[in-house]
Design a protein around this ligand. Structure first.
Ligand code: C2E
Ligand code: MG
Ligand code: MG
Length: 456
């Protein structure tokens, strides 16, 4: 029987681990950590070609690789393994541990500036050169394809040891019938869906005034129902779309649905701005804002009703290009928003340098508000900074009433989250807005909270 299948959590010393790393000092660091865990069957390969040779000569149980800007060959491991073994589900296929150097999360940066104290081990939000969300999504995709893979944002020996054990706690490859793990959408499925629109739809999540409960805006979110596998999360779909270079097609699909809704609202004499998510690649496409402007004009809609949210799934490589694209949108009157601030790759630098008129605080940070004083300080600081930069703040991912009240006390007026409204189908969204207009009383009479920003 293969050692992968037989290995229990305490049998690290039986494993053969291969490190994929071209930088000698970094390889040595990884080897030293692995040796400290009692792993002695170790080898190093510097690239994917060497790996193939190594795999044909030795049974490798785990592949460890570090992802950083200058070295991201490791992201291709699933494809390389699939090519080598002919299937993701091969018994021989090693498990994968993706490591990334943790960068200081925004919360810790603020904490260090406000009150020096011993560092806590709060989870990082970004590995060097790649956002945690993106690398985690990649690992999720690999697992869905039948690989056993995990991510780690620490080079601490104990953390590596825990990650190794976690890899072996995952379902055994041997128990999976070979055909059963093909239940993920193929690239062809994505291409067909985007080309035909089949299975794709757009839902709308209202954004509320946290003082009155009134719906003041909304975000458009794509949904994909695969004919065989059912609902596929955007977290899986978006990386595939980006990988295939189909981001403009997706944007165009979502924008078309949003324009239809804006036209319906206009015919009911209602004006609610709607945001569409777009990656930096979409925004930086030549002529993007001009085409968008033409499209709005043809639809008879004012540009201020459409907002573009810069998502963090692709890192910003060319700040000048992004700045030009954002300015071109603003000149035409479109709103521009920075998504996922405080958690993803959205940074203070982007807020300070780019002409955003809205910043959305990431749900991960908002969800910590109830329990972590640090989150409260970061949110208060972001609100103060946004006020100075004349930007609106939207708190995302509000899940509890207590969180909404805390946000109000901090002076945050705009919010989005399950406790306010879940993403909804177009018809429900339009009905909710109609009901809001017909009602003289606000739809959610929230308890009043003092409209002040506290010194935290
Ligand atoms: P996002 O743009 O930050 O969107 C907010 C996500 O948070 C949505 O997930 C929404 O359903 C979820 N959410 C809203 N309120 C809550 C809450 O109270 N608690 C929790 N736990 N989650 C909440 P969704 O729809 O799965 O989308 C995930 C991400 O996928 C989006 O994050 C965005 O980055 C991307 N995405 C979604 N639709 C599109 C699209 O049309 N185009 C592009 N480029 N990206 C999209
Ligand atoms: Mg968004
Ligand atoms: Mg967001």
């Amino acid at each position: 029987m293969n050692s992968i299948v037989a290995c229990g959590p305490c049998e690290l010393d039986r494993l053969h681990v291969t490190v994929l790393e071209s930088d000698i000092p970094r390889a040595a660091r990884l080897l030293s950590i692995l040796r400290s865990l009692g792993i002695h069957q170790l080898s190093v390969v510097s690239g994917l070609q060497d790996l193939s040779l190594q795999l044909s000569q030795t049974q490798v149980d785990v592949l460890v690789t570090e992802i950083r800007p200058a070295s991201n060959d490791g992201l291709m491991l699933p494809s390389a393994l699939k090519m080598h073994y002919g299937s993701a589900c091969s018994l021989q296929s090693p498990r994968i541990l993706w490591l990334a150097e943790p960068l200081l999360p925004f919360t810790e940066l603020v904490e260090q500036h406000t009150a020096p104290r011993p560092r806590r081990t709060s989870p990082p939000t970004r590995g060097e050169g790649i956002s945690v969300k993106a690398l985690d999504a990649h690992a999720q995709l690999a697992c869905a394809a039948g690989f056993i893979a995990t991510t780690l944002y620490s080079f601490n020996a104990q953390a590596v040891c825990d990650a190794m054990h976690a890899l072996f706690a995952m379902p055994k490859i041997a128990n999976r019938p070979l055909h059963a793990r093909n239940d993920v959408p193929s690239e062809d499925d994505v291409i067909i869906a985007l080309a035909t629109g089949e299975g794709l739809r757009v839902v709308f999540q209202p954004q509320h005034d946290l003082r009155t409960g009134e719906i003041i805006a909304a975000e458009a979110l794509v949904r994909w129902r695969h004919p065989e596998y059912g609902d596929i999360s955007p977290v899986v779909l978006i990386p595939l779309v980006n990988k295939l270079g189909l981001h403009l097609l997706l944007f165009s699909f979502v924008k078309a649905r949003v324009l239809e809704v804006l036209c319906s609202l206009q015919s009911m004499q209602m004006e609610i701005p709607i945001s569409v998510n777009a990656s930096v690649d979409t925004l930086c496409t030549v002529g993007f804002s001009a085409r968008l402007g033409d499209r709005m004009m043809r639809a008879g809609l004012p540009n201020h009703l459409l907002k573009i949210e810069l998502t963090e799934d692709i890192p910003v490589m060319d700040e000048l290009c992004l700045s030009a694209a954002l300015n071109a949108l603003k000149i035409r009157g479109f709103g521009v928003s920075l998504d996922d601030f405080g958690s993803g790759s959205a940074t203070l630098r982007q807020i300070a340098r780019m002409p955003f008129d809205e910043v959305k605080i990431d749900g991960a940070l908002i969800r910590d508000l109830d329990t972590k004083p640090t989150a409260r300080r970061v949110i208060a600081t972001t609100l103060a900074l946004a006020r100075r930069l004349n930007m609106t703040v939207v708190a995302e991912g509000i899940e509890t009433e207590s969180c909404r009240i805390l946000l109000r006390r901090l002076g945050c007026t705009n919010g989005q989250g399950f406790v306010l409204s879940r993403p909804m189908e177009v018809s429900d969204f339009l009905s909710k807005l109609t009901a809001q207009r017909q009602s003289s009383v606000p739809p959610m009479p929230f308890s009043s909270a003092p409209d002040v920003v506290r010194d935290i």
